[in-house]
Design a protein around this ligand. Structure first.
Ligand code: FE2
Length: 299
């Protein structure tokens, strides 16, 4: 089974801007560039978890999911293959680039690439935040954070991610104009969410969680100096209880910066349905100019 969201890769013509955005604003640490010049950021002692590859357009490239060990990875790949998913093993060059022991990958029915890995390289005591921070990012057993994809058909996507891949439903938020499903794979309330957007596929946002509220507050203070647009104001979610704000990045991708997310116990968890996403806040400022996610229209 998948145990964690391990890493994320996008491509962007503005990849270079992440060197300052990722460190001076987010508080991540710049690590060694990828072989193609990708800007790579660490948020803990794992060598890197966020890669922004140079590219001609903003693009989602891959999400990397961590499994416990080689036995689990092989068993999981066999299971997906038996279910008819076309899973390919990555070669030594790709494993070196991603800094993992082994890697297999497949695409979901709409073309989103997922990589299954174990043994990601880590260097203890290596993480130093890119700007003054009181605490660290919440990672460890909860992985990098969460990713939210927009999918054309929520029922079909639920079947693929839940029944085939094994993501466990935490809850749903359903309104007149939205249907979002949230899934856990460890204690983090959700590592993955899927939001219905007919005719589209894309990467809506990635969430990073600060241990300390003060580090979230500092990010909000730093927005003006770094010209970072607010996509959703500070608010608190009904389902994972995260206090968070959504901000633009240099690459069309929204980043949710959060604090205080709920930790779930899978053995006793019962999925709920909510009809609003937030207790308060999370308002979308009028006149936003940044795009809310990296979206592609399907033919
Ligand atoms: Fe989120």
């Amino acid at each position: 089974m998948i145990q964690e969201l391990s890493y994320v890769g996008i491509a962007s013509p503005r990849a270079e801007e992440w060197r300052s955005y990722g460190t001076d604003f987010l508080g991540a640490m710049l690590t060694e560039d990828g072989p193609d010049g990708a800007v790579r950021l660490a948020v803990d002692d794992i060598n890197y978890r966020i890669a922004i590859h140079p590219g001609t357009e903003d693009e989602f490239r891959y999400a990397g999911w961590g499994l416990a060990n080689e036995t689990d990875l092989r068993a999981y790949v066999d299971q997906l293959t038996e279910q008819g998913i076309d899973v390919q093993w990555g070669d030594a060059r790709l494993c070196r680039e991603r800094q993992v022991a082994e890697l297999a990958w497949f695409c979901d029915p709409w073309g989103l690439r997922h990589e299954l890995t174990w043994g990601k390289a880590a260097l203890p005591l290596s993480f130093r935040p890119g700007r003054a921070m009181k605490g660290r990012f919440v990672t460890g057993g909860q992985g990098l954070g969460h990713v939210v994809f927009e999918v054309p058909d929520i029922e079909a996507a639920n079947k693929f991610y839940s029944s085939l891949l094994g993501f466990r439903l935490s809850d749903r938020i359903i309104g007149d104009s939205f249907h979002v499903r949230f899934y856990h794979i460890n204690g983090r309330h959700h590592s993955l969410a899927l939001s219905q957007n007919p005719g589209h596929i894309g990467f809506n946002h990635m969430m990073l969680e600060y241990e300390e509220m003060d580090d979230l507050g500092t990010a909000i203070d730093l927005q003006a100096a770094h010209g970072v647009e607010t996509m959703q104001t500070l608010g608190r979610h009904t389902n994972d209880l995260m206090t968070s704000t959504y901000v633009a990045s240099p690459s069309g991708l929204q980043i949710e910066l959060g604090h205080g997310g709920l930790v779930v116990d899978d053995l006793s968890w019962v999925a709920r349905t909510f009809h609003k996403p937030s207790y308060w806040g999370h308002k979308r400022p009028t006149g936003r100019t940044s795009r809310p996610g990296i979206l592609k229209a399907l033919d």
